[in-house]
Design a protein around this ligand. Structure first.
Ligand SMILES: [Fe+2]
Length: 399
């Protein structure tokens, strides 16, 4: 047993392997592109490291792409095989991975919270819980989760800045904009290579209609976040929203073409950015030309994935906009069959987006009004879910 940089025991073959794991975790928190390579380095230093396999499984689930998810059982088996002599914290992670892989993310969150109760510096559990609450639309729990442990952290600990970035975002999503901004600025002062903290403040500025400042903030820090993984597209998306806020449709469309849309990506967040920005441009009267086709083609390859209710709604919108109405309806059927939030909230919202595309304003209003109070359970941020309000308002205006 070796100790990681937070003083937690890690079952590993060597100190070098643990150092590589530490680096991987820091890279994950910084949304850096080399995270996957660092994980490979970790597992080549110790092919049987339980936390290495666990992290691999978590990453596969976070990326939620079908080829990765098909390989997940093998990764889980490797984690379980390596867990025999592992610490209770590590075994709990393997348990959480098993639950999440089995579709019970809510149960996995409980395990991460239990890990945090005993190990408040377990940044992996902290970040995974943060992510899960975000996609459950559970902003209050997202804030509680970080506030419960933050007292145990001090500034000199590795990753402290990242915890402030998470705190900033949770404060923003619970509407505490001043505190969010203070925490986010504090995080950036400590470590400007923190795209999630940049993002938290972008959200504050978006919510407060501070478009000039927002553009300046995002652009000013671009040298730091431009090296991020595909999350960089989401920051450009935020900048495009601010141009829309200023009524600058041309700039928003230019950003779409040059920065937000990656022709080679089928990552779910990227497709959500694309669909959301195109709809917002259309709602403001801008013809987006043939741009929908590429997005619809990509969504068409992922209709069976059932990634997240929030994501699936965007995919359905893209399919409908790209003329793939049958596939859009097929995807709604799949959401319905999935049950839970997919069926109760996702499917009506997705149907509304199809109806809106087809010019059926009355149906759009009826469907969106029916789920208005539960739309938060789709997950995502206030700024992202605002798309559904904008569509509703548009339909109400037409109806
Ligand atoms: Fe965002």
């Amino acid at each position: 047993m070796f100790n990681n940089q937070w003083g937690q025991g890690v079952t590993a073959a060597s100190d070098n392997a643990v150092k590589a794991l530490d680096e991987t975790l820091m890279s994950y928190l910084g949304l850096a592109r080399e995270t996957g390579d660092l994980l490979k380095k970790t597992l080549s230093a110790d092919a049987d490291m339980v936390m290495g396999h666990c992290l691999k499984g978590y990453f596969y689930l976070l990326m939620a792409s079908k080829p990765l998810l098909e390989r997940l059982p093998k990764v889980l088996a490797a984690a379980q095989a390596a867990a025999g002599a592992a610490s209770p914290r590590e075994q709990a992670h393997v348990g959480a991975l098993k639950l999440w892989a089995g579709g019970s993310e809510k149960a996995a969150v409980k395990v991460w919270e239990e890990i945090l109760a005993d190990n408040p510096h377990d940044v992996l559990a902290l970040r995974l819980a943060h992510h899960a609450y975000f996609y459950m639309g559970a902003a209050g729990s997202m804030l509680d989760s970080i506030e419960n442990v933050i007292g145990d952290w001090d500034k000199d600990m590795p990753g402290y800045g990242f915890t402030q970035g998470m705190r900033a975002f949770a404060l923003e999503e619970t509407g505490q904009y001043d505190d969010a901004e203070a925490a986010g600025r504090g995080a950036i002062d400590l470590n400007p290579d923190d795209p999630w903290a940049v993002h938290a403040i972008a959200h504050v500025m978006e919510m407060q209609n501070r478009y000039d400042e927002g553009i300046e903030w995002i652009t000013g820090l671009e040298p730091h976040w431009v090296a991020a993984n595909n999350f960089r597209y989401h920051l450009w998306w935020h900048r495009a929203l601010m141009h829309l806020g200023r009524g600058e449709l041309d700039q928003a469309l230019e950003l779409y073409d040059g920065s937000v849309h990656d022709p080679d990506s089928d990552e779910y967040l990227d497709l959500c950015n694309d669909a959301s920005l195109l709809i917002r441009l259309e709602l403001r009267g801008r013809d987006v030309g043939e741009r929908w086709q590429a997005v619809a083609e990509k969504a068409a390859k992922r209709t069976e994935d059932r990634i997240l209710p929030f994501v699936d709604c965007h995919f359905v919108a893209a399919l409908a906009a790209g003329g793939k109405i049958e596939q859009a309806h097929g995807m709604v059927d799949g959401m319905q069959a999935q049950g839970g939030i997919f069926a109760d909230v996702g499917a009506p919202v997705a149907k509304a987006l199809i109806a809106h595309r087809q010019g059926d304003s009355a149906d759009t209003v009826r469907l969106l009004e029916g789920v208005k109070d539960n739309i938060v359970t789709l997950g995502g941020s206030h700024a992202q879910r605002d798309l559904f309000n904008l569509v509703l308002k548009d339909a109400e205006g037409r109806a």
